[in-house]
Design a protein around this ligand. Structure first.
Ligand code: VGL
Ligand code: ZN
Length: 211
């Protein structure tokens, strides 16, 4: 594990979606997700650059199973931009579930940028860098480059979706990427031939993400 002195001004801590809806009691709860919040807040004190992302969907978002009659949460559908998992309604703009978990407040306070994503009703956005069409940038890469950042250190929720996709896109945009798995928790969708954690980890390793 890394010591404090290992982080430099060329590192950015990217705190992915540390929101109530991804914690126990929330709409898309990740088991044990709340347990990483206070540790992330402490970790953030070691970084010059902190970015916090916030999943921020309009009501009726196309990633919600409720927007697809006859479909259920965790089904997969074909969207114009590719395969999309359908989720329970979550992180609706302005809702209590979209708020940051109170235990991560210290990291939010240190953030130079709070990046909201998933606001386009027609396209989901797991990654902090690109919408799920893998084409529409959020602007994060430019922000980080302007700050002189060369490495993204990623933590938060959920490991197998928004953290993994963000790490992959960090690599795609030319950043080194380190996921501190102790500060993440996974949704963990089972699937024949490899669940979401296995798929995400294989992709991250292939892309040169350090775990
Ligand atoms: C996430 C599913 C839907 C995440 C966000 O933060 O990993 N997962 N929206
Ligand atoms: Zn979402």
């Amino acid at each position: 594990m890394k010591d404090a002195d290992d982080y430099t001004a060329e590192d950015a801590l990217i705190v992915v979606d540390p929101q109530r809806d991804f914690c126990p009691g929330g709409a898309l709860a990740v088991a044990d997700g709340d347990s990483v919040m206070a540790p992330i807040a402490a970790l953030a004190e070691q970084f010059r650059h902190v970015v916090v992302t916030q999943d921020w969907h309009p009501a009726g978002h196309s990633s919600f199973a409720s927007s697809h009659p006859g479909r259920r949460a965790f089904d997969t559908v074909r969207m114009p931009y590719g395969e999309q998992v359908l989720w329970p309604d979550h992180c609706v703009q302005g809702s209590a579930g979209a708020d940051f978990h109170p235990d991560v407040a210290g990291a939010v306070a240190r953030a130079g940028l709070i990046l909201r994503k998933g606001a386009n009703p027609a396209v989901d956005s797991y990654s902090a860098f690109y919408e799920n069409d893998k084409t529409t940038p959020t602007g994060l890469a430019g922000y980080l480059r302007d700050k002189g950042v060369r490495r993204c250190v990623l933590v938060g929720l959920a490991y197998d979706f928004c953290v993994a996709w963000s790490a992959l896109d960090a690599r795609r945009d030319g950043f080194a990427a380190l996921v501190l798995t102790r500060y993440t928790r996974a949704i963990g969708m089972p699937a024949p031939g490899g669940g979401s954690v296995e798929v995400a980890e294989a992709a991250m390793r292939a892309a040169g993400v350090h775990l």
